[in-house]
Design a protein around this ligand. Structure first.
Ligand code: NAI
Ligand SMILES: N[C@@H](CC=O)C(=O)O
Ligand code: NA
Length: 923
């Protein structure tokens, strides 16, 4: 220590002798205290009996679960009887309660804490408190200001004084208030002198800082104990520096000295016996009685050490959340509060950044099987999460039996390092060389994985450390790299770690299969995997951009009972609009009865789009689109529907007839977005693109359904796929594939004009957006191509000869309206054809044929006898006959309405439900 002047030394000498003159050992030692009795008779005894019974049960005669549970219950009775016999007074057990800074944030909250403590008279309590919220930061700020010779530390100290004075005035009165304020003023004037010394020296040692900072806990403990006393309860305030002794092991870690702390506690308690003790968290002393702190998460650690010293029944950590969540609720909004966690599970979760306890907090209580309960001070009705020995956890409730996985946690900003080469196999010491290089640059390997071929070792390090690590490895292995014994030291940046935690994974086959399956279904690629043989944790490394989706996918697989699918609907026209209405009407039933949760996150037309982060209210989607719609932007639409929500599965439903929209399917499928459509453009477009699309889709775990492209809601595609998949051979598919043309020729009778019937078909919603697509035969040709390609024929649309019914002069009409206006002029042509057919006892039918045997397709207007099944149709009926090896003599025939808003939207809807069932919805 280089102190600048004699003045400084003088100040420090005085301050230090005042501050460090606490000599707990010098206090008179009394005989065995009540506390010791508690140790001996009550808790240890209780725990011993308890353990003996559990173990004898495990090793004993009957280890079936129900018998164990029954016997545990009887063991509890035995315990109670033992306690009764020992005639231990009620209240002899201790519990530890820890209240963090938020719980102690205001006078109102401190009053609330006092209420919780005083109202529960069931047992003795040691209450560990943190400083009032923000005070620790204020105290550190004082030191940093003083060290950097910034005079404003004086004002900052005044703010600290003011905060505690006003809180005390709110909470206390009379002697309680006077005593607190006079102690506060004494402390503040001491601090002022000390900070002045730090200011002059321009430096504060760690123990000075610890001493200054620890005042936050001293004041909050004094405040709380005064309030409790004011309420008439017997309470003492403990400055834990008199009791807790710790040995520093590194700059951010200390080891408790239980033996010495136990001795000091005994002395302290014999001087200050009471039913309630309010103790300062965070602070402690070294064996030389120099003030220190317990470093990070110090107050939790204080509570756990006290729990162990008191052999407490339970340690309750009061906080502002309902307990430990199954995943970070900011990332997974459907995360649930876990009822129990084993010590090991809590350990694993906290390692991976879950907001649980610091692992070292668990060690002291774990030793004595003391449960830790995390509870919400703002929601007393929530039972919280109990962290305890796994055997006890299982008995507490059945949660452990339901899911072998408890929680999921992630670490971002990670890079993978892959050291690879044939020269590694069978060479002892390679791993040691790799990790000693990692150690030499002070990096931490978060995860390590090596396959037994030994050709590569892969490990994850924090991204900020990867450059130094790779340089160190390159230099360490320069020779091996030059000689080719190592082929590469590769860095894979932008990764995240996803950990799945659960002690019961160890004894449950199939957990990792479920996990990997969920990731596969969400189309997430796994870069590396690690599972220790304790099996408490399966860790995967994924691309950072996939991490939240991965987390949601696995979480929903293990926790969401429903199959939740995010949907984007493109083209809210006739079919799209009807589909949205059908979804609106059926959503509740699907959710309730089938556990399927369909959420429309976006609807886009060609001009406006409507987006939502939680799902659009379908009861008013039209109004919302009108009022809240924004300019349509396909990229933004897909990004929001797929990326910005908590649902792992996305489907885009294309209800347009647009080739441009269809050209996006490839990209969507590649990104793991499922596609469903009644739009025929993709499957009847250029063959090469179609084949590419199907290849991609088959390779990925994404689904592409298009039942409504042929025969609207009729099961045409699925029937054909079923025949093919079960090994049948398709010979010929023949039918009336156009609802519009079926309707037209079914109704083009008597004196009716052809154009009138076309108009009717359009108004009934059977036609394509442009009815020329129907009349020209193009729509039928597309359906023929779709079925031909499904039957493995490699045909282009241009390979199909098509007989068009569009009069030659109208082919080039500017608009649909113009076409419809001019059509009556050409009514005579078709009237003539019809009359000729009628005269011969025939009817006209517009048919499509897939001739699989001869590998060709035909689309034409044909004559059929009046008795032929094709002549028996009505309305917009389609009829499709499959002639196959199995159905050779009698074709398999499907007939029914093949166009129209309701049936088509219904067909699209059932594809959506098929997707849900593929994704795991109950059937
Ligand atoms: N009407 C029927 O009976 C059947 C129709 N289909 C198919 O259903 C699809 C939809 O047909 P309809 O609803 O009758 O047509 P429609 O014309 O009523 O609706 C299409 C909608 O898509 C929108 N749209 C067009 N291009 C777009 C783009 N690039 N981006 C966003 N939105 C765009 C339009 O603005 C319109 O709202 C078509 O592919 C059709 O072949 C399939 C089977 C039967
Ligand atoms: N316009 C089509 C609709 C279905 O694809 C038809 O009439 O069949
Ligand atoms: Na269909």
């Amino acid at each position: 220590m280089a102190f600048a002047s004699p003045v400084t030394s003088y100040y420090l000498h005085n301050l230090c002798s005042d501050a460090f003159s606490r000599e707990p050992n010098s206090k008179p030692r009394k005989n065995l205290t009540t506390l010791n009795k508690i140790h001996r008779f009550s808790l240890l005894h209780r725990l011993t009996i308890c353990r003996t019974d559990y173990f004898s049960l495990w090793e004993g005669r009957d280890s079936s679960k129900s018998n164990i549970l029954a016997s545990v219950a009887s063991a509890d009775t035995v315990l109670d009887e033992a306690v009764e016999r020992a005639q231990l007074p009620k209240g002899d057990t201790w519990s530890i309660h820890k209240f963090g800074g938020t719980c102690m944030g205001t006078s109102e909250r401190i009053r609330n804490v006092a209420d919780i403590i005083v109202k529960d008279e069931s047992e003795r309590k040691l209450v560990v408190v943190s400083a009032m919220s923000k005070v620790t930061d204020m105290m550190y700020d004082l030191i940093s200001k003083a060290q950097s010779r910034d005079d404003s530390y004086i004002n900052a100290l005044d703010a600290v004084l003011e905060k505690h004075t006003s809180t005390a005035i709110d909470l206390l009165k009379g002697d309680g208030l006077t005593n607190f304020l006079s102690q506060l003023h004494r402390d503040i004037s001491n601090l002022k002198a000390m900070l002045r010394a730090i200011y002059i020296a321009g430096h504060a040692t760690e123990s000075f800082s610890d001493f200054v900072v620890g005042h936050g806990e001293l004041w909050s403990a004094q405040l709380l104990s005064s309030v409790i006393k004011k309420n008439g309860s017997d309470c003492n305030c403990m400055d834990t520096r008199d009791v807790l002794v710790v040995n520093p092991v590194s700059s951010n870690q200390v080891d408790p000295d239980y033996l010495e702390s136990g001795k000091r506690l005994e002395i302290w308690y014999s001087d200050n016996p009471s039913n309630i003790i309010v103790a300062t968290g965070f602070i402690a002393s070294t064996p030389q009685s120099i003030p220190t702190t317990l470093k990070r998460d110090g107050s939790d650690f204080s509570a756990a050490i006290m729990g162990a010293l008191f052999r407490a029944r339970q340690v309750t950590i009061w906080t502002d959340v309902d307990g430990v969540y199954s995943a970070d609720p900011r990332k997974v909004s459907e995360a649930v509060i876990l009822k129990t966690l084993s010590y090991q599970e809590a350990w694993e979760m906290s390692y991976f950044g879950a907001n649980v306890l610091h692992p070292r907090t668990i060690i002291p209580v774990m030793k004595y099987d003391i449960p830790i309960v995390i509870r919400n001070i703002f929601n007393l009705s929530a039972p919280g999460t109990m962290i305890c020995r796994s055997f006890v956890c299982e008995n507490e409730n059945d949660q452990g039996l339901e899911s072998p996985v408890k929680g999921f946690a992630t670490i971002d900003h990670v890079a993978l390092v892959n050291v690879e080469g044939t020269g590694m196999a069978g060479v002892p010491g390679t791993a040691s060389s790799i990790f000693s290089a990692v150690k030499d640059v002070g990096a931490n390997a978060i995860m390590i994985s090596q396959a037994s071929s030994e050709h590569s070792v892969c490990f994850a390090v924090p991204e900020k450390e990867v450059k130094a690590v790779s340089m160190a490895l390159e230099s360490r292995f320069r020779q091996a790299l030059d000689a080719g014994r190592l082929s590469q030291i590769a860095v894979i940046p932008n990764c995240s770690i996803l950990a799945t935690v659960g002690q019961k994974m160890a004894s449950t086959p199939g957990v990792s299969a479920t996990l990997f399956n969920a990731l596969a279904k969400a189309n997430i690629n796994i870069r590396a995997i690690a599972q220790g043989c304790s099996e408490y944790n399966v860790t995967v490394v994924v691309k950072r951009e996939d991490c939240i989706r991965a987390l949601r996918a696995v979480h929903s697989r293990f926790y969401l009972s429903r199959t939740t699918i995010a949907m984007g609907i493109i083209g809210p026209g006739l079919i799209g609009g009807t589909l949205l209405d059908q979804l609106r009407d059926q959503a509740a039933v699907l959710k309730e009865k089938f556990n399927i949760d369909l959420r429309v996150m976006g609807v886009t037309g060609s001009r406006t789009m409507l987006l939502s982060d939680v799902g659009i209210d379908l009861s008013k989607w039209r109004d919302l689109q009108r009022e809240k719609g924004e300019k349509a932007d396909m990229q933004k639409f897909v990004q929001r529907v797929h990326g910005n929500h908590f649902i792992p599965n996305t489907v885009i439903v294309d209800c347009t007839s647009d080739s441009y929209v269809a050209s996006h399917y490839h990209d969507w499928l590649r990104r793991g977005i499922h596609v469903i459509t009644p739009n025929k453009k993709a499957n009847s477009g250029p063959l090469e693109q179609y084949l590419k699309l199907r290849d991609l889709q088959r390779q990925s775990y994404t689904h592409y359904f298009y039942e409504a492209t042929v025969g609207a809601g009729l099961p045409i595609i699925s029937t054909l796929q079923g025949l093919l998949e079960t090994g049948d051979k398709i010979l010929r598919i023949e039918g009336i594939f156009s609802g519009t043309l079926s309707y037209i020729f079914n109704n083009f009778v008597g004196t009716r004009a052809f154009s009138d019937v076309v108009k009717e078909a359009k108004e009934a919603g059977y036609t394509e957006p442009d009815p020329r697509d129907d009349l020209s035969g193009t729509d039928v040709a597309r359906k023929v191509i779709i079925l031909a390609r499904e039957s493995r024929l490699k045909l282009e649309l241009s390979d199909i000869p098509v007989q068009s019914l569009v009069p030659e002069p109208l082919k080039a009409s500017a608009s649909t309206e113009e076409f419809m206006q001019q059509l009556p002029t050409f009514d005579q042509d078709l009237a003539k054809q019809r009359q000729e057919a009628e005269a011969a006892g025939d009817v006209l039918r517009y048919v499509g044929i897939v001739d699989v045997v001869n590998q060709k397709g035909i689309v034409e207007l044909r004559r059929y006898k009046k008795e032929h099944p094709f002549a028996q149709l009505s309305g917009s009926d389609n009829i499709i006959a499959f002639t196959t090896q199995r159905y050779e003599k009698q074709p398999l025939v499907i007939r029914g309405p093949g166009a129209g808003a309701e049936v088509t939207a219904g067909g699209v809807f059932s594809d959506i439900l098929r997707l849900a069932s593929y994704l795991g919805a109950p059937s």
